[in-house]
Design a protein around this ligand. Structure first.
Ligand code: PLP
Length: 433
C-alpha cells in the first residue's frame, strides 16, 4: 500500500489501525469473517474501473470481454457449490439481493410473512423502518418463549390468517436449523411463494452442515461475506428444477417468457445499476475456495466451536436462548446475571473481545440496551481457533462479565486476548506493499 501511504496518510493510518484491531482482538460478531488474501487482492484490483451494466455477453458497454469471464466463473462456481440452476452474483449486498426478490414476487401492498426482527429476523423481512415494511404489508411469526424455537403449527395458523403472497425464512439471530419442508407445505397450503434468506448460514449449508433450502424453496438469497467467507456482497440462487419452481411466476409477470431473465432484470435494471466487477471477481475467488475440501472441515469446525461455546456458557450458569445451537452462533440471555447487552458489549470491547448486544425474544429492554449478546464462531475459526481455544474464549468472557466495571480485570483479560491472538496470526499484508 505504498501509494496510499504516500498520498493519503490519514486513510492509510486508519487501515493500519483497523488491521491491528482485527489482528489483536477476539472477533466474535456472528455476521463477520476474515476473507482470504487472494479475495482481498481481487477486490483491490483495477476491475473497479469497469462499467458492465447488463450480463455476460449482453452488456451495455464495450470492453467487457474479460470481466464477462470473471462473472461467468463466479456464477458457475456458485451453481456448483449450491447445486443450483441459477445464480445472480451482482447484488451489491444481502439487502440488495432481497430488494430484487421483492420486485419479482411481490406487488406493493402484498403481504409478507416473515420472522419477527425482535425474535431474530432481519430488517429486510418487513421492518417498518425498511423498504420491505414500507412498500409491502408485513406480518410476523416468532419463536416460543419456553423453547426459543419456531413452532410450525403457529406459523401455519398465522399463514392461514394473513394469507401471505410470500413467506420468508432466514434470520440474523436464530440458533436452530429450519424445517424447510414444513414451510413448503404451509406455503403450498396458502398459495404463497417461499423464500429463504440464508445470509448467515450459507457457508454451513454449502458444506452440508445444515439443511439445504435450495431443493425446497422457490428462491434463495444470501450474503457472500458471512459464513461463506467471501467479499462483502449478495447473491440470488434458484435450486435445481428452476423451470418448475419459477416458470409460472415468470409467465404471469408478462415481462418475459424466461424465468431466469425475470430474476436477472429485477437486479439490473430493476434495482441496481452497474455491477461491482472487482467484488464479483472476488466472489469467484471465494467460491473457488469454498469448493475445496478444506472448506468443509472449516464449516464443521465452525459448528463444533459454537457448540463448545454453548456448553461452556451453560456450564458456567448462563441462560442461552434455545438452550444451545445448531449453527455458528449463540444468544446469551444476560437477565439472570443482572446485566444488559449494552454493558456487556462495552466492557468486553474494552477487553479486546468484540461481540454485539442483541435483543433476546420477549426482551424487556430497548433495542439500544437489550438483554443479550450474540456470539459467533466463524471469524475466530478462520483464524485457527479450535475447541480448546473457544473454551478459553468463554472463560475470558465470563471473567469480564463477572466484574464488568473492574479496570484491572479488563486489563488482564486484554493482555491474555492479545497473547492468544499472537499465537494465531491473521493478516500480515494489509498495510504492506
Ligand atoms: C446480514 C443479513 C442481510 C443483509 O446483508 P447486508 O449485506 O448487510 O445488506 C439480510 N438478511 C439476513 C438474514 C442477514 O443476516
Amino acid at each position: 500500500m505504498k501509494a496510499l501511504k504516500e498520498q493519503d496518510p490519514e486513510i492509510f493510518s486508519i487501515i493500519e489501525k483497523e488491521t491491528t484491531r482485527q489482528n489483536e482482538n477476539f472477533e466474535l460478531i456472528a455476521s463477520e469473517n476474515f476473507a482470504s488474501r487472494a479475495t482481498i487482492e481481487a477486490m483491490g484490483s483495477v476491475l473497479t474501473n469497469k462499467y458492465a451494466e447488463g450480463y455476460p455477453g449482453k452488456r451495455y458497454y464495450g470492453g467487457c470481454e474479460h470481466v464477462d469471464v470473471a462473472e461467468d466463473l463466479a456464477r458457475e462456481r456458485a451453481k456448483k457449490l449450491f447445486n443450483a440452476d441459477y445464480a445472480n452474483v451482482q447484488p451489491h449486498s444481502g439487502a440488495s439481493a432481497n430488494a430484487a426478490i421483492y420486485l419479482v414476487f411481490m406487488q406493493p401492498g402484498d403481504t409478507l410473512l416473515g420472522l419477527d426482527l425482535a425474535h431474530g429476523g432481519h430488517l429486510t423481512h418487513g421492518s417498518p423502518v425498511n423498504f420491505s415494511g414500507i412498500i409491502y404489508h408485513p406480518e410476523f411469526y416468532g419463536v416460543e418463549k419456553d423453547t426459543g424455537r419456531i413452532d410450525m403449527n403457529k406459523v401455519r395458523d398465522k399463514a392461514k390468517k394473513v394469507n401471505p403472497r410470500m413467506i420468508s425464512i432466514g434470520a440474523s439471530a436464530y440458533t436452530r436449523d429450519f424445517d424447510y419442508q414444513a414451510f413448503r407445505d404451509i406455503a403450498d397450503e396458502v398459495g404463497a411463494f417461499l423464500w429463504m434468506d440464508m445470509a448467515h448460514t450459507a457457508g454451513l449449508i454449502a458444506a452440508g452442515e445444515l439443511n439445504d433450502p435450495l431443493p425446497v424453496c422457490d428462491v434463495v438469497s444470501t450474503t457472500t461475506h458471512k459464513t461463506l467467507r467471501g467479499p462483502r456482497g449478495g447473491m440470488i440462487l434458484v435450486g435445481n428444477d428452476g423451470e418448475n419452481k419459477l416458470g409460472v411466476t415468470a409467465r404471469k409477470s408478462g415481462r418475459t417468457k424466461n424465468w431466469s431473465e425475470v430474476l436477472d432484470s429485477a437486479v439490473f435494471p430493476g434495482s441496481q445499476g452497474g455491477p461491482l466487477m472487482h467484488v464479483i471477481a472476488a466472489k469467484a475467488v471465494a467460491f473457488g475456495e469454498a469448493l475445496e475440501p478444506e472448506f468443509v472441515s472449516y464449516q464443521k469446525q465452525v459448528k463444533a466451536n459454537a457448540t463448545t461455546m454453548a456448553n461452556e456458557f451453560m456450564d458456567r450458569g448462563y441462560n442461552l436462548v434455545s438452550d444451545g445451537t445448531d449453527n455458528h452462533l449463540i444468544l446469551v440471555d444476560l437477565r439472570s446475571k443482572g446485566l444488559t447487552g449494552k454493558l456487556a458489549e462495552e466492557s468486553l470491547d474494552r477487553a479486546g473481545i468484540t461481540v454485539n448486544k442483541n435483543m433476546v425474544p420477549f426482551d424487556t429492554e430497548s433495542p439500544f440496551v437489550t438483554s443479550g449478546i450474540r456470539i459467533g464462531s466463524p471469524a475466530l475459526t478462520t483464524r485457527g481457533f479450535g475447541e480448546n481455544e473457544f473454551k478459553e474464549v468463554v472463560r475470558l468472557i465470563d471473567t469480564v462479565l463477572q466484574k464488568p466495571e473492574d479496570e484491572d480485570v479488563i486489563h488482564s483479560v486484554k493482555t491474555q486476548v492479545k497473547e492468544m491472538c499472537d499465537m494465531f496470526p491473521l493478516y500480515d499484508f494489509a498495510t504492506t506493499p
